[in-house]
Design a binder for this molecule. Sequence first.
Ligand code: NAD
Length: 476
Amino acid sequence: MNAQIQNRVQTEFRLLINGRLVPGVSTFDVTNPATEQVVAACPRADARLLEQAVAAAKAAFPTWSARSIGERRRLLIELADALAARAGEFARLLTQEQGKPLVYATGEVDSAVGMLRTFASMDLPVKVLKETERSRIIEHRTPLGVVAAITPWNFPVAILINKVAPALLAGNTVVAKPAPTTPLTSLLFGELCARILPEGVVNVIADLNDLGSALTSHPDVAKVTFTGSTATGKKVLASVSDTLKRSTLELGGNDAAIVLDDADVAKVAPQIFFWSMFNSGQVCLAIKRVYAHDSIYDELCTQLAQLAEAAIVGDGQDPETQLGPLQNRRQFEKVQGFIEDARRDGKIVAGGKIGEGPGYFIRPTIVRDIADDARLVREEQFGPVLPILRYTDVQDAIARANDTEYGLGGSVWSSDPQRAYEVARQIDSGTVWVNTHLDCPPDVPFGGAKQSGIGAEMGQQGLEESTQCRIVNVAL
Ligand code: NAD
């Protein structure tokens, strides 16, 4: 098979509303960020189609929630099997709309299959919380109703499934809305849902960033599960307040990696490089700042710069590519702004080069000798530009790592895991790793501290956030 045929992806897409695959009111182009060529025309919903999607989800809720959890589990496993059977097609489409190398697109689809299977293995048992001679108190976990699932453009498949799977298992119905620059894999997933699930249980609509607030403020939506920027998350929180609907917000981050003086630089540098540049730095939980002890600072900067110089940046469809383009023009321009400021605020020792196009390519960029108040250190760059800061006292490094409104992740690197653990315990984040980063198993809860989010996803806690805790107190 020649490469062109192998890379061919579906080009006709439909919204999913009430079990039917329907055209939108118009279309908009989805662009491959590596080539700036159109991948496909995406159907666009309007307020009327959004109403239909919410109405369909509302109408489907009583029957879906009345099914046994065992039946819902079986259908989640069917969805997992269907996604696994078409994993290659999903991965190719993901690379074309998102830009990431095919090997990582395949990994993302595989992890989505794994999440469906993990949630299908979970349970919401009725629990007797207290039993005395006078009373029995029982906890039930009941579904909420219609869940709005709003996703960003960096991991459009994994984040969608991360929201849909627990919502469905718990007995809720869903209206999903992907980001406008990466809607196609969500619509393709809608095709699987149309075949496997009863009508209205999952609906997928697409917009041009104009339907989010109508969805989050809709009185028939019971819960919003949102992943995106902190700025938009605040708007979501404001818009759910009127109806007091439940919300889970997974927002931005500015993860610090603290490298202790005893770290083996040759071992640590490739990992720090990988977890800061993975997905071209467009990861909420990417390493976005490094605090390195004075005794290893120069060596770490040198090794990170060498890794940056050696990295292969290109079209994700090329098997040689390690880092793809930035996902969209807005982000491409935003990251260029960070690089321009870094030229003034620090010393660029690798990268700093912008591709001449086509494609939104930026070479991995390492910035040393930069101060804590530089924009690249204070703000979320969400791109392949990494500042390295120097410290001499570890308590000072911890204080500087915590001096941010974000609190998503962080990591500590050392040859002594126990020593690193004692430092990790002091980082104000939802997750802190020792000698690794971004390891998020689907059966472990994950959520942000401070302005990185509210609530958790994944794990039993993530599943329970799709439910209402109902206490039944029986006097005996
Ligand atoms: P974004 O906030 O611009 O958009 C996210 C989604 O919200 C899109 O679907 C968008 O159409 C929708 N939206 C836009 N305006 C809305 C509104 N007023 N109401 C409701 N929805 C609205 O974010 P992005 O640029 O797509 O994603 C990048 C950001 O996401 C980064 O800050 C990153 O750190 C964060 N992120 C967080 C996590 C996490 O789990 N914490 C994971 C991935 C990405």
